[in-house]
Structures are given as structure tokens and as C-alpha cells.
Write a new protein. Structure first.
Length: 173
């Protein structure tokens, strides 16, 4: 096993790789989504489906950021990751509901030849979104717990009063 200092150096060098896992899928999605067409059912279905399809890579990068921060003792990054993943989990739940409505509407409007494909792609995206939501909540909770200071000022206990133990034949007289 590597000494703690070398392990910390190597872990810190992985931050760019972790950021790459988060940023590249989001940049790709942004480029595909341009120009935004919020009123188009097909555009919304496609973009949210792409996002949920890339969710695993994004979550892997976020998890790696958390692991690196935990190994290096970067509590601020852990707290930021914890709060941001919980916010993203809430947004994901809302997006899942809207995506489900769009999927039902898309299936009704599609030709009979495409209904099965729409159902399968929507099912895969919904699974990724649901599992991703649970992962985000677990990751956020874990990051916030790991980001707490050990023996912090909020949870200090009163100093214990220990009595002096003396041994001998006339102890305590």
C-alpha cells in the first residue's frame, strides 16, 4: 500500500479525470440541445432521454470526485458535492415525472411501427433516472456525513471526570 502522502498526491491527480466524466456528457448534451425547443414534444423527449442515458457516466464522475475528496480530506468539496447531488436528485424526480408524461404522449402520437421502440427507450431512460435518483440521494447523504468534522465544535461532549485509581494496601485511607 502507498504511504498516505503518495496516495493523496495520486488521488488529487484524478480530479481532472473525474471532472471530465461529468463535463463531457453535459457539454455533449448542451451541443445537441441547441437551439432549445421547449415547446417541441420530440425535442424534450430526446434531450431528457439523452440526459438519462448519460446519467451513469455523470454519476461515476461525481462519485469519483467524492472519493477523491474523502481520501484527501477536502471537507468543503464533500459538502458542496453533498448539497448539489441532493438538489439534482430533486430536479431529477421532477424531470422523471415530466418525461413520463412526454413518453406517454409520444407513444400515442407515434406510428404503430415506432411504438415499441419508444416504449423501450423510455423504459431504459426511466430506469436510469430512477436508479440515478437513488444514487444521487445516497451519494449526497454520504458526502454530507463524510464532510462533517470529526469531534467538531457542535458535538463536543463534556470532559469526562475520571477518578484516580490507586493501588496498594492502604489505598483511599
Amino acid at each position: 500500500m502507498l504511504p498516505d502522502e503518495n496516495l493523496s498526491r495520486y488521488a488529487k491527480s484524478l480530479y481532472p479525470a473525474a471532472l471530465l466524466l461529468v463535463i463531457v456528457p453535459l457539454a455533449d448534451l448542451s451541443l445537441r440541445a441547441f437551439p432549445a425547443q421547449w415547446g417541441s414534444l420530440q425535442w424534450r423527449f430526446g434531450i431528457v432521454g439523452l440526459l438519462f442515458g448519460n446519467f451513469g457516466t455523470i454519476l461515476l464522475g461525481a462519485g469519483l470526485i467524492g472519493l477523491i475528496a474523502a481520501l484527501c480530506g477536502h471537507r468543503g468539496i464533500l459538502r458542496a458535492l453533498g448539497y448539489s447531488t441532493l438538489v439534482v436528485a430533486i430536479v431529477t424526480v421532477v424531470m422523471l415525472g415530466l418525461f413520463l408524461l412526454d413518453a406517454v404522449q409520444m407513444r400515442q402520437l407515434a406510428n404503430a411501427n415506432f411504438k415499441r421502440a419508444i416504449l423501450l427507450s423510455a423504459s431504459g431512460a426511466l430506469f436510469a433516472g430512477l436508479f440515478g435518483t437513488f444514487t444521487l440521494v445516497a451519494m449526497g447523504r454520504g458526502a454530507l456525513i463524510a464532510g462533517r468534522p470529526i469531534g467538531g465544535s457542535r458535538h463536543r461532549s463534556a470532559p469526562s471526570r475520571s477518578s484516580l485509581v490507586v493501588s496498594g494496601s492502604n489505598a483511599g485511607e
